[in-house]
Design a binder for this molecule. Sequence first.
Ligand code: NDP
Length: 390
Amino acid sequence: MNVPRTISIFGATGSVGLSTLDLIRQHRDAYRIIALTANGNAADLAKLAMEFDAEIAVVADDAAYPALRDALAGTGIAAASGEAALIAAAAMGADWTMAAIVGCAGLKPTLAAIEQGKTVALANKEALVSAGELMTEAIARSGAVLLPVDSEHNAIFQCLAGGKIEQIRKITLTASGGPFRCFSLDDMRSVTPAQAVAHPNWSMGAKISVDSATMMNKGLELIEAYHLFPVGLDKIDILVHPQSVIHSMVEYADRSTLAQLGSPDMRIPIASTLAWPDRMVTNCQPLDLAAIGSLTFEEPDIRRFPALKLARDAAAAGGSVPAILNAANEVAVAAFLDGRIGFLDIANVVSRTIEGYSPNAFHSLDMLFSIDAAARSHASAKIEDLMNAA
Ligand code: NDP
C-alpha cells in the first residue's frame, strides 16, 4: 500500500479549503492531515480537525483560541493561535500544502510553506500579487513546486504540459464577466453587496465574489499569470466568456491554441493539484457540451470595469504598485461589503490610493508589510472622504 501523502490546508474553513477537504473525503486513505487553519471560525475548524484527525488546528485570531482549545480538549489534536503559530504550522513540512487564506494575510504562512521545498497549491492570489518577486525567489531558492489552483492558471499550467514557455505566442485568461456583465454604469452605481456576491457560475467566498463583480479578480489574475508564466505582460490577454467552460488558453508559435475545459467547479482544478502529477477520480459534474449548446466570447469593457486597467498598469509599473493595488482593494471591498461605500467606489478608492501614495520598491518582507499597512491607511482615508462627501 502507498504511504499517505501528508497535507496541510491554510484557510480550511473557506470555500477552497472545504472543496479540498471534500476531495480528500473521497480518497481518505491516500492522505493524512497535518495542519488545518482558520481565522476566527473555531467551531467549524474543530469539527474538521476531528473528522480528518489532524495533528494540529490553528486559528489566526487569538480571541478564537479558547473556543478551539475547549472543542479539541481530550482529542489529542493540538490547538494553537496567532501568526507565529500559523507560520510554525506551515513549517511542519507537509508533502502538499493548500494556500487558501484570503488576502495578503496568507503571505507569511505561504512563504513558510514554500521554504520547506515541498509542493504548494496556491489559491491565495493576493500573496503573489503583492509579493511576486519575493515569492518567485523563495520558490527558486527552496526548490518548492508551486501548483496554481485558480481555475485559469491551473488551465494554463495544464495547457503547458509538454510545451515550452518561450514558444508561447499568447496566453488568454477567460473571465465570466461576473454578475454585472450586462449592467450599465448607471445600474452598477446602486448594486448591493448581496447582488455582488451572487456569482452567476461559481460558488466562492465573499471577497473573491466581489472581485469578480468588479473584474478586479481578473486584474489580480493577470498579475498572478505574469509571475507564474513569464511570457511578458503584452502576451497575456483577457477575454470574456460568460459560460465559464473554457478556463484559459495558450496559443503557441505555430498558431495552435490549447484550451482546458471543465464544469465551473473549483474541485476540478484543486483535484489536479492534489493528485499531481497523476489524476484522481472525482464525483464532479462531467462537462456536457451538447447541453450547454454554445460558447460565446466578448472583449472586456474597461470603461465599466476600470479595475482591469488599474491592474494592468500596476503590473507594468511593478515595484510596490501591485501591493498597493491589492491592499487598497482589500480595504475597499471590505468597506463595500459593510455598506460604507458604493460598488463603483471600489475601483475609485484603489485608483486614488495608487495616485496618492508612491513609495520606492521593496526588497524585504518587512518593507512590503509596512507599504501594505500604509496603503491600507491611505485607502481608509479615501473611504472616509467618500463617506463624508455622500
Ligand atoms: P473564503 O472567504 O471562503 O475563506 C477564507 C479562509 O481564510 C477561511 O478559512 C478564513 O477563516 C481564512 N482567513 C480569513 N482571513 C484570515 C486571516 N486574516 N488570517 C488567517 N486566515 C484567514 O475565501 P475563498 O476560499 O473564496 O478564497 C480563498 C483564496 O482563494 C482567496 O485568495 C481567493 O482569491 C482564492 N480563490 C478562491 C476561489 C474560490 O472559488 N473560492 C477560486 C480561486 C481562487 P474563517 O472561516 O475563520 O474566517
